[in-house]
Ligand binder design. Structure first.
Ligand code: HEM
Length: 330
């Protein structure tokens, strides 16, 4: 462990002495400690492909990814929670992590989910909601009184949950929209800065021959990508400074904000996660190319510190082949 990593793990990321170490301890207490696995989004699979930039993003942002061209991508689809063997219930939050390779050794890493808003305005809320919604060992379900008390005292989470529940989960990973949620700052070639959010919208809402309710999301994804590349359009929404919240990912921006199609994510390959693909990648949302900077959202620095702590723990444990097997499938 580096000295920097140690200080990061011990830095305060919320009131009540919240540190990255405490957040990860809490994830382990709730989901169990699964040696070698991510402490959240533990169940996942590796993918690869490219991002085809159409050049339209260059007017908004000077980052090299927006110059017309093709940039290599490594990624990981996942289900939230620290249990690598979790049953693939359609309601579980789905994740997509991407690492885009850019000229001059730059990278853009991002981790998105399928909810249209995040449920927690602050890192402290993420931590506290996890405790309030944890399964009661006596019943195997969340304690309804703790849940209702939490929602009564956290109106922003209650409002975000209502929005999240209004969107039914897509039947498959390949037809899921993934949202970046946290705001970032784009700087254009003239030095003007605007707040943005982005999402990846699937090019198709249904894939011919797909089961409308597949027994396994990961098996379906393996079949879909092996049959034909899966594609998503990257849409960047421009916020209005002073009007749209950049420090709270639980609040949506007005749907009337201008949105630009900046290019297409094309995923061409899928594999069980190993140390040769994504096991050793930390999809830290603060690994950004020049031209993109974090907003004032407190979630961003907290995520960076917590992902580093989760990475530090699993990197010190024996390697494994992940829990989703893709070999021998279509
Ligand atoms: C304070 C809030 C959050 C905390 C504490 C948190 C915590 C974590 C942790 C511990 C991991 C495992 C990291 C690793 O070992 O590599 C993780 C992964 C992930 N998180 Fe978060 N998270 C937060 C917010 C978010 C938000 C807002 C999003 C989406 C916009 C998100 C999307 C993801 C995804 C997609 C992964 C899986 C990445 C992969 O495949 O490795 N998280 N999160």
């Amino acid at each position: 462990m580096t000295i920097g990593g140690f200080l990061f793990a011990e830095s305060l990321i919320g009131p009540e002495r919240l540190t990255a170490r405490r957040v990860v301890d809490r994830l382990q207490n709730i989901h169990g400690t699964h040696s070698g696995f991510r402490r959240n989004h533990a169940k996942g699979v590796a993918v690869e492909g490219y991002f085809e930039s159409n050049g339209s993003g260059a007017q908004l942002c000077a980052a090299s990814i927006f110059r017309t061209g093709r940039y290599s991508v490594r990624g990981r689809f996942s289900l939230s929670g620290g249990n690598p063997h979790i049953a693939e219930d359609p309601g579980i939050v789905r994740g997509l992590g991407l690492q885009v390779g850019l000229p001059a050794g730059e990278q853009w890493r991002m981790a998105m989910i399928n909810l249209p808003v995040f449920l927690d305005p602050t890192p402290q809320d993420f931590h506290d909601r996890g405790l309030a919604f944890a399964n009661d060992p006596a019943t195997g379900k969340p304690n309804p009184r703790l849940v209702s008390d939490y929602l009564a005292t956290h109106p922003r989470t209650a409002a975000a949950m209502k929005i999240a529940k209004s969107v039914a989960p897509a039947p498959t990973f390949a037809t899921t929209t993934f949202h970046g949620l946290n705001a970032f700052e784009f700087t254009d070639p003239d030095g003007t800065t605007i707040p943005v959010r982005w999402k990846l919208v699937p090019e198709t809402e249904s894939i011919p021959g797909d089961d409308p309710r597949p027994a396994s999301l990961f098996t379906q994804l393996t079949n879909d990508i092996r049959q034909s590349p899966c594609r998503w359009t990257m849409m960047v929404t421009q916020g209005v400074r002073g009007q749209d919240r950049t420090d709270d990912a639980s609040v949506p921006w007005p749907s009337t904000r201008p949105t630009v199609n900046v290019g297409t994510l094309v995923l061409t390959g899928i594999a069980t996660e190993t140390s040769d693909n994504v096991r050793t990648v930390n999809f830290d949302p603060l690994v950004l190319p020049n031209g993109i900077a974090p907003s004032d959202d407190p979630l961003l620095s907290a995520r960076s510190a917590v992902y580093a702590e989760s990475f530090r723990r699993r990197a010190g444990e024996p390697d494994n082949r992940g829990s989703v097997e893709t070999e021998g499938r279509a």
